[in-house]
Design a binder for this molecule. Structure first.
Ligand SMILES: [Zn+2]
Length: 298
């Protein structure tokens, strides 16, 4: 009697576990199919690798300045410590592109650390911590911001943007690569200087395909040229301002030579060799002042 009862319990527990596992897997496939970015690699594709991408903006030592887009240096250091202690290896997008193009390997638990907008504090606070924890990452530069701050000598970590010298210093450290975050399209409707009401680099409603192509190309080229001329950098990654995406943009940006684009969709990525489409509109998780890297990655 006791034996039968035990067997029955084991049977039902096994059924329950199998249901939970199948349910979770099924849910993730459905989620991936419905993902906004068109071309994420499937989790079960041959050789597919999970690639979490963390999105940071500013870092501060001033507790009054902390918000969703500026986190404390201590929180940032805790994230790096967590990554190191849990077997993650920070990789460049260049490494990710190589992997997809079948010309390089990725470590076992890769993670991409990104900083948007190009704040001075990424250099002042981020660089020493990257050296301490053996990390690397990508900074997305807004052309007009870096150009303006390269013309004045204001290096205040509370609000300044990276100038050419700092970008060169970060590049020479071997710990940073740089992406194009537009030249002058880092704006939302209602912001000063936004005469057309455009959202980031997205197409306006009613704008012709040709006009949009001309606008986006001209704008992105200005930042490419600026970083090329002053820092010897040719970004291969385009980071959509405010994550605002138009279908037409992908075609234009890949035609310009951008091998990967970054969105702000908060989903996991799976990338696989031989599938360049999986580099389009990669998803990223915003690391704000409330959700740590540990919470994002678990
Ligand atoms: Zn931005």
């Amino acid at each position: 009697m006791y034996v039968i009862k035990l067997k029955t319990i084991i049977f039902y527990v096994a059924v329950l576990i199998i249901s939970i596992v199948l349910g979770a897997v099924g849910f993730r496939f459905i989620g991936a199919r419905n993902a906004e970015p068109a071309a994420a690699a499937a989790e079960n594709e041959t050789g597919a690798v999970r690639l979490p991408i963390l999105m940071y903006h500013g870092l501060t030592k001033n507790p009054d300045k902390v918000n969703a887009y500026v986190i404390s240096v201590n929180d940032f250091e805790s994230d790096l410590k967590y990554l190191r202690d849990n077997g993650y290896t920070a990789v460049f997008m260049r490494d990710v592109i190589n992997f997809v193009e079948n010309s390089g390997e990725l470590p076992e638990k890769p993670v991409v650390i990104t900083f948007d907008d190009g704040f001075e504090n990424n250099c002042e606070y981020g660089l020493p911590l990257f050296e301490k924890y053996d990390m690397r990452g990508l900074v997305s530069i807004v052309g007009t911001y870096t150009e303006s701050y390269s013309q004045i000598s204001d290096e205040n970590p509370e609000y300044a943007y990276l100038n050419y010298d700092m970008i060169n210093k970060m590049k020479d450290s071997g710990r940073f690569e740089f992406a194009n975050h537009s030249y002058n399209m880092h704006m939302l409707p209602g912001m000063k200087g936004n005469d057309t009401g455009r959202k980031g680099a997205a197409k306006l409603s009613g704008e012709s395909d040709d006009a949009y192509r001309e606008k986006l190309t001209t704008d992105a080229e200005l930042t490419q040229n600026m970083l090329g001329d002053h820092c010897g950098i040719t970004p291969e990654v385009y980071t959509y301002p405010y994550g605002e995406i138009s279908k037409a943009a992908e075609d234009i940006l890949s035609g310009m030579g951008f091998k990967a684009t970054l969105s702000c969709f908060d989903k996991e990525n799976y990338i696989s060799p031989g599938n360049p489409d999986c580099l389009r509109c990669l998803c990223r998780a915003l690391r704000d002042n409330k959700r740590s890297a540990a919470e994002i990655l678990n």
